[in-house]
Design a protein around this ligand. Sequence first.
Ligand code: FAD
Length: 690
Amino acid sequence: AELDTLDLVVLAAILLGTVAYFTKGKLWGVTKDPYASSLANASGAKAGKTRNIVEKMEEQGKNCIIFYGSQTGTAEDYASRLAKEGKSRFGLETMVADLEEYDFDNLDTIPDDKVVFFVLATYGEGEPTDNAVDFYEFITNEDVNFTEGNEPALGNLSYVTFGLGNNTYEHYNSMVRNVDKALQKLGAHRIGDAGEGDDGAGTMEEDFLAWKEPMWKALAEKMGLEEREAVYEPVFSIVERESLTKESPEVYLGEPNKMHLDGTAKGPFNAHNPYIAPIAQSYELFSVKDRNCLHMDIDISASNLNYQTGDHIAVWPTNPGEEVDRFMNVLGLSEKRHTVVSVKAVEPTAKVPFPTPTTYDTIVRYHMEICAPVSRQFLAQLAAFAPDAEAKAEMTKLGAEKDYFQEKISVHHLNIARVLDIVGKGQKWTNIPFSAFIEGVTKLQPRYYSISSSSLEQPKKISITAVVESTQLPGRDDPFRGVATNYLLALKQKQNGDPEPCPFGLSYEITGPRNKYDGIHVPVHVRHSNFKLPSDPSKPIICIGPGTGVAPMRGFIRERVQQAKNGEKVGKTLLFFGCRKSTEDFMYKNEWEEAKEILGDNFELITAFSREGPKKVYVQHRLKERAEEINQLLEQKAYFYVCGDAANMAREVNTVLGQIISEQRGVPEAKAEEIVKNMRSSNQYQEDVW
Ligand code: FAD
């Protein structure tokens, strides 16, 4: 990052002897002033804007680069953890790098005493993450071209890979598999196994931990590295800025970037720059007390945002007040929550994941996933900072024993502050450097929602259909609650002046930084997707959308209604919808009746109410009952859409479709499965599952 004059003044003040609050000077040593180093590196960081990775490694004296392809932040997080571990345990000079920020045509010139890691998530239907698209196209291109023309092209390259995937998807971990294959083909040498983590089985973290030990061993052997006692070194320095208060105009209180701080926010709005959108209206779709499902219309008319039916909208949540308070309290930070701090990377290639100067409260409320699952490795790391020997021993045990961790932490969905509270028996954990949290807790991620409106009908209003996450778990007094959906619920309650304005007492900072979200606004951006209606509306479509899986189907059907109103010929439209009870969670019931009035016999809603009959009935059962008709429609090239639960429903629908085709066409099941596969690759079968 570049330094402005103000920063220089602050740095000078620090050089005169101020020390970071948390570390109390102990970790820094006397000779190495972190601010001096960050000052010295500032010029390098400027020159470091290069897209040439070899140059960057040389300039920064690195021998290990860890690239990540990340969509939701986990791959990025793993990359940072590997970088830290490589440095602290093996003395590797590591740096983390976003694939998007470099070119790859000189990968062949990376010297053979260096190593490159690829930590790659697979997204959706076997796609690369947004930041890995160019790299993926480059490396898997048959005619990939390098500058030097070595033979084999990557004969000098040593690499390590780990993939993040979900086995409920058809193309499990295809990103890492294909990249690994491409690298091998180009003659590169992999060190250790090509690791794969499985989110579908819920074992991502454990897969990662199990993979990395043998990998480090193999890497140490290959590079002749000596393992040493790992000592925690903070990646970030935190400086309290006494001259600033939270009222100072340059202090970020949750504004996502400088434009938002200055009040000059403008598009393009994207994953780095949300639009603070007014919520036009919000209401609930369920008629039961203990479950909530929200419908929201987000007004984008005053922005240059646009969307197409089937796209996704990302909501940028903030953390609930109670959890922010819990976090502050257990760290002994409550008194200092509004103290202004500047955060700088001690290690010049690391990036501070939020804008500063800011306050502790802001960092915790707007920028960290403080409610998310904790990693076992992180607990092991925090053991060193425990308030007493007993807590230290417990943290070490939790870090070391997978089953114990599972039983004590995972099943109760404990977040980091709850863990510290329980393990420390209420004592405050004041020894943990704040940097450890910036490093060890993922940055707060936007949540995606399948847009449930039609852009033909309402191009400037985006609808969301979201079920509020709330689960009663054993061993907890309060239910586990999802971050974004309860934030949306709080917005809905505020907007409608509901008698109980804070859902379940979770007090979100609804009016946002400096009240900029007042009048019921929510920060959003749009992500374009491939989940799309056929361009010819006369083609038949079959939509399978139980529960909130109905969201994009509502968009599709409203679009077809609009097309019909515009005089276009609209083909057969089947919607399979499922929920528990027709009287409880039958979403958009009236709207389907309206659609029927316009589309007539060309629209049919087929329902499955799982808790009404003697036996549980799901959409896949209904699909099977309609086997003959489904097959006929498919033969007429009907498009087949599935949205909702990836783990069970989408899989079963896929299987049932294979059975239908096999029976109806009299072909063996294996052949039918192949037909389904081909439908997928030709986009006749489209999924939007999560
Ligand atoms: P979170 O706080 O993110 O929690 C989500 C889950 O993570 C929990 O249920 C739990 O399993 C796990 N978890 C979180 N914290 C912990 C912990 N401490 N310990 C253990 N486990 C934990 N949802 C809809 O309702 N409608 C849609 O149309 C829709 N469309 C989507 C489209 C896409 C492309 C994707 C990727 C997702 C979509 N989702 C949709 C899901 C949505 O993005 C959110 O995941 C969902 O709303 C929950 O968000 P949350 O912040 O409330 O919950």
